[in-house]
Design a protein around this ligand. Structure first.
Ligand code: PMP
Length: 331
């Protein structure tokens, strides 16, 4: 009964888990979509599959062709797996500040990895611009362009939102998540609103991102910084255009890490920091919507991807973050 015909069919259809601690804190029901259960262990497998399929349908990607992408890591991992399953090659351009685990994983999957120094978006050396140029200069290559390619958010309109709606039997009052490309929040937001326009969509924005100010005051302005990987956007990407965002929360790294710690210790879930920030945002919306509400959020990726950072005492100290008590002796 549980046989799937193709490895690509393993992407999506992830479980939705009721989160006891966050629900108790919010005084309502908080659910996490287990995106770490995807084959590439993150939410980005969905976008990778839709982007590759879209390029095939448009006739842009020919057999044996190459997919080039600029990514904080998880999209690259998704693309490398999808590309391997379909006979394409992968080149990934990534800022050198991302976790070592992501780099090792990409190399292990057979992707060609190009590391560039972290730079502002306006700088031509930024990883996104570098990846576009590499795709243009390579025969038979396409640029996945996850930030502005709306095949990304379509993955979430057609799969993630549908799944959440079905899993909660249409009893969903709110959805919260952070934005990297914005594909998840825009796509799930659009998909859920199409089912019931009263579903509240909340953005959880890390420090250093400009979207909180944009949705609150109409101004793209950022303050502070965050160590969270994969989230924190400074512009309205193609995927964020017309995103139906009703409310926004600014969530600090310490708040996000508190939930990473509690979910690990109390519920046995090992997650990355964007998941902790999402859960903190879901709790904030849950407190607003009241005791009988049901809020869904995204558990974006596995914590195993951050053993040398979020789960390492020396790294946490260096970043000025509290060290999980059980790690202190390791230092
Ligand atoms: N969390 C992590 C760990 C990610 O890698 C990403 C993707 N960049 C996100 C959250 C945000 O997802 P999206 O790109 O759909 O906004």
């Amino acid at each position: 009964m549980n046989i799937v015909p193709n490895t690509l069919d393993l992407i999506g259809n992830t479980p939705l888990v009721h989160l006891a601690g966050p629900s108790a804190e919010a005084g309502c029901d908080i659910y996490g979509k287990c995106e770490f259960s995807n084959p590439g262990a993150s939410v980005k497998d969905r976008a990778a599959l839709f982007i590759v399929q879209d390029a095939e349908e448009r006739g842009l990607l020919k057999p044996g062709g190459m997919i080039v992408e600029g990514t904080a890591g998880n999209t690259g991992i998704g693309i490398a797996l999808v590309a391997n399953a379909k006979g394409y090659k992968t080149t990934i351009v990534m800022p050198e500040t991302q976790s070592r685990e992501k780099m090792d994983t990409l190399r292990a999957l057979g992707a060609k990895l190009v590391l560039v120094p972290a730079a502002p978006y306006a700088n031509p050396g930024h990883f996104v611009h570098t990846s576009r140029r590499m795709a243009e200069e390579t025969e038979g290559a396409i640029w996945a362009n996850q930030f502005d390619n709306v095949a990304n958010r379509r993955a979430h309109i057609e799969t993630t939102a549908e799944e959440i709606w079905e899993q909660l039997d249409g009893q969903v009052d709110g959805f919260v998540c952070a934005a990297g490309t914005g594909g998840t929040i825009a796509g799930v937001g659009m998909g859920l609103k199409a089912k019931n326009e009263k579903v509240k969509i909340g953005l959880a924005d890390p420090h250093g991102a400009a979207l909180y100010n944009y949705y609150a005051h109409g101004e793209l302005k950022s303050e502070g910084s965050s160590v969270a990987e994969g989230i924190g956007q400074g512009r309205i990407t193609g995927n964020l255009e017309d995103a139906p965002i009703d409310t926004q929360y600014r969530i600090g790294d310490e708040e996000g890490m508190k939930w990473v710690e509690r979910l690990l210790q109390e519920e046995g879930l090992c997650l990355g920091l964007s998941s902790g920030i999402n859960v903190a945002g879901a709790i904030a919306l849950g407190k607003e919507l009241g005791p009988n509400s049901k809020i869904a959020t995204i558990l974006c990726d596995t914590g195993f991807r951050y053993l040398s950072s979020l789960y390492n005492a020396g790294w946490l100290k260096e970043k000025g973050l509290p060290v999980f008590p059980w790690l202190i002796d390791d230092d």
